[in-house]
Ligand binder design. Structure first.
Ligand SMILES: [Zn+2]
Length: 304
């Protein structure tokens, strides 16, 4: 089992597919967060789905998928970089009640119909002519798969199907997508290819997705089909938080605020939501932070 996204095409039909298997990369996320099982598994499904969608990005940078919730979970975030690195986090509401073992995504984030789904594309580095882009839509659907299928239909007009499963060890996802017709001559065959692939994929169970290697899943479902594997790439967990970024944050806060925290607690501690790293600054560290900033007066550090 490896951390990879594999892409394939159905020969002679406008159907493409992808399968992602997260093992070590997912366990890195699980180990860093103490989550109720249902929240953990929905985060795993969202991780797998996000990596499937990110696999087709045509720029260098990041895709960030967020669900802002009004239920027991206030925020899901999955960030995928086009270099294959990935990180994810969840914010639980303090005043939440008990969460059922099999709680659906809708019950976690859309309890009062106030959930929102946000996709951000963030080209970085050498990505000419690309502007950051953000799409925000009301939460729609029951499961992670249903939410994304409806989103893809509305935003891209591409019929897309997803099968997702996650537990404490693995997060796995299968995607099928009907590509736009190119005016080919085999429209009837094409239509059947799309329907046939969906019917075959619908026979997969979460237990099979979690228990079989990706190649075995494809073999079990599509052994009679002419699949053409054309691309694959590795995925790994990585967090890009750093002491320098926290220094920048403290400068934004301003010296007065930081001195207030120091007076109250003796040190300033910032924990990374993604990797759980604790960045600690004692009074001497904080003195250096503001001395390096040119010893600016409180608040002025935010004005450049
Ligand atoms: Zn981090």
């Amino acid at each position: 089992m490896t951390d990879r996204v594999e892409r394939f095409l159905l020969r002679g039909a406008p159907v493409r597919g992808e399968i992602v298997s997260l093992d070590e990369a997912w366990r890195e996320v699980v180990a860093r967060h103490e989550l109720p099982p249902a929240v953990r598994d929905r985060l795993g499904e969202l991780s797998a789905a996000s990596l499937l969608l990110a696999a087709t990005l045509k720029f260098d940078g990041a895709m960030v998928v967020q669900i802002h919730g009004d239920g027991p979970v206030s925020l899901f975030v999955v960030e995928c970089l086009t270099d294959g690195s990935y990180r994810a986090t969840v914010k639980l509401r303090d005043e939440r009640g008990p969460i059922a073992h099999d709680a659906s995504l809708a019950s976690l984030v859309n309890a009062q119909d106030g959930g929102r789904f946000v996709v951000t594309l963030d080209p970085r580095g050498e990505s000419p002519n690309r502007q950051p882009w953000q799409g925000i839509v009301p939460f729609d659907g029951h499961s992670v798969a249903e939410m994304l299928e409806r989103y893809m239909q509305q935003s891209e007009q591409l019929p897309t199907r997803l099968w997702l499963a996650a537990d404490e060890r693995r997060a796995v996802g299968l995607l099928l997508q009907r590509l736009p017709d190119e005016g080919g001559t085999d429209a009837a065959d094409d239509e059947d290819g799309w329907n046939r692939m969906q019917r075959l994929a619908e026979t997969i169970t979460p237990e099979e997705l979690l228990g079989l290697a990706p190649a075995k899943v494809l073999e079990r479902l599509f052994w009679q089909e002419a699949l053409h594997a054309f691309d694959g790439r590795g995925v790994h967990f990585a967090c890009n938080c750093s002491r320098e970024k926290v220094v920048g944050m403290l400068r934004m806060l301003g010296r007065e605020e930081v001195d207030g925290i120091l007076a109250e607690r003796g040190s300033v501690e910032v924990r990374c939501d993604y990797c759980n790293e604790l960045w600690r600054f004692d009074p001497v560290d904080c003195g250096v932070v503001f001395a390096q900033a040119g010893d600016l007066a409180p608040g002025t550090a935010t004005q450049h």
